[in-house]
Write a protein that binds this ligand. Structure first.
Ligand code: 5GP
Length: 115
């Protein structure tokens, strides 16, 4: 499905990219909710959310996305202080973009439960 994220992957829309590998892209969120707010996405457009994640077929990509999160947290100096990873799925979560993405948030203290 074409979304704003597929246009970022194809470079039709610019983004501040912080990490890129064969299968994963990560860039700063346009509307940051913390001093560090990065979106980590698969380059494939076939996974809209965890709801259409296919066991077996997609296991590798989620591992690569978490590995990217660790690398980026170190690169952006939030690894030691701590950070939050969020994946919104569907209407109740507030998901806006139907392309699987991990929010990597850090640089401030977060509350629990989340809003
Ligand atoms: P969701 O609500 O789907 O979990 O998160 C989507 C995120 O994408 C939001 O935090 C929003 O600010 C971000 N976003 C939407 N459009 C763009 C864009 O064009 N560029 C970037 N960098 N982020 C975007």
């Amino acid at each position: 499905m074409e979304t704003v994220f597929s246009k970022i992957i194809s470079k039709e829309i610019p983004a501040k990219i912080v990490f890129e590998s064969e299968n994963v892209l990560a860039f700063h969120d346009i509307n940051p909710q913390a001093p560090v707010h990065v979106l980590i996405i698969p380059k494939t457009t076939e996974i809209n959310s965890v709801r259409n994640f296919i066991a077996g077929a997609h296991d590798k990509i989620i591992g690569e996305m978490l590995s990217a999160a660790k690398t980026i947290a170190k690169d952006l100096n939030i690894f030691d202080s701590g950070f939050r990873l969020v994946i919104n799925n569907g209407a109740d979560s507030g998901q806006e973009v139907p392309h699987l993405h991990i929010h990597l948030l850090g640089g401030r203290k977060f509350t629990w439960p989340p809003g």
